[in-house]
Design a protein around this ligand. Structure first.
Ligand SMILES: [Zn+2]
Length: 250
C-alpha cells in the first residue's frame, strides 16, 4: 500500500553504510519512522531529501511500525537554515521540541502548519530569532493541549486583568491576588498586564504578523525563560540537547 503525504524531516539516524532511518512529522500520520534506502549514497533522489528541515511530499509504503520511502519531492529544502549556525541552532531546537510533543500515528495539523510556516519564515525572510522562538513555544503548547490559562484566574475564574497577579508554572496559568496561596505567591512569577497581553497576542496572531510587530526585546527574553521552564515541567523533559547548545552560542 502506498501513502502520499507532506512531511517534514525531523531527524536522520544513520543505518548501515548506505541507508538511514528518518523521523518524519507527516501531515497524514503524525510522527512516523521511515526507512530511507540509499540515503547515504551521493546523488540519489533519497539522499537529497534525507536531511532534517526538508519539507517535502513523500510516497511511503509498508507498515506503520516502519515505513519505507518509495519516492519524494522537495517542497522547500530550507537551505539557508542549514547554512547559518545561528538559524540552524534555533531551528534544531524547534524540531526537537516538535518531536517531543507529537505522537506516533496522531496527526496535529495546526502544529504541522506552524512548523512549516516557522521554517519558511526563517529560511526566506528572516525574523528576530528570539521572537520566533517564543512564538513557536507558546503556539506549540497551545496546539498540544498544554495551553497555559491566561484569560482568567485558574481558581475563581475572575477575568479582570488587573487582579491577575501570579503566573504559576506548576498550576498552568494565572491566579488572582485573592486566590494565590503562600506556595503560589512564593513559587509563582509576579506578572504584569503587559505580560498577559503579550502571551494572548502571540497566541492569537500568525507567525507572519508577530515577525512584523515590534515587541520589546527584554520582555521577549523574560517570557522566553518562563516558557522554557513551563515546557520542561509540563512535557516532563529535563533538558533539550539542542537548547543547551543554543545557549552556548547566544
Ligand atoms: Zn481567583
Amino acid at each position: 500500500m502506498f501513502i502520499k503525504t507532506e512531511a517534514i524531516v525531523l531527524r536522520k539516524t544513520f543505518y548501515n553504510d548506505s541507508d538511514a532511518i528518518l523521523t518524519l512529522f507527516s501531515k497524514k500520520m503524525g510522527k512516523i519512522s521511515a526507512y530511507a534506502r540509499g540515503a547515504r549514497k551521493p546523488r540519489t533522489m533519497i539522499s537529497s531529501v534525507a536531511h532534517p528541515f526538508i519539507y517535502g511530499e513523500f510516497v511511503l509504503r509498508g507498515k506503520p511500525d516502519i515505513y519505507s520511502i518509495s519516492s519524494a519531492e522537495i517542497i522547500d529544502s530550507n537551505y539557508s537554515i542549514r547554512e547559518d549556525l545561528k538559524k540552524l541552532s534555533y531551528a534544531s531546537y524547534f524540531l526537537e521540541l516538535c518531536r517531543s510533543s507529537i505522537h506516533e500515528g496522531m496527526t496535529n495539523n495546526r502544529l504541522f502548519s506552524l512548523t512549516v510556516e516557522t521554517l519558511e519564515k526563517m529560511n526566506h525572510e528572516g525574523c528576530d530569532l528570539d521572537k520566533i522562538k517564543l512564538a513557536y513555544e507558546i503556539k506549540l503548547l497551545n496546539f498540544s493541549g498544554l495551553k497555559p490559562e491566561v484569560s482568567k484566574c485558574l481558581k475563581c475564574g475572575i477575568n479582570n486583568i488587573e487582579a491577575l497577579t501570579v503566573f504559576s508554572i506548576a498550576d498552568g496559568g494565572v491566579i488572582c491576588r485573592d486566590c494565590a496561596d503562600e506556595r503560589q505567591k512564593q513559587g509563582g512569577i509576579a506578572v504584569s498586564k503587559q505580560f498577559i497581553h503579550l502571551i494572548r497576542y502571540i497566541s492569537e496572531k500568525d507567525v507572519d504578523v508577530i515577525c512584523r510587530t515590534k515587541i520589546n526585546a527584554g520582555m521577549v527574553r523574560h517570557l522566553d525563560k518562563i516558557f522554557e521552564l513551563y515546557i520542561k515541567y509540563h512535557m516532563d523533559i529535563k533538558s533539550f540537547k539542542s537548547l543547551d547548545f543554543l545557549k552556548t552560542i547566544q
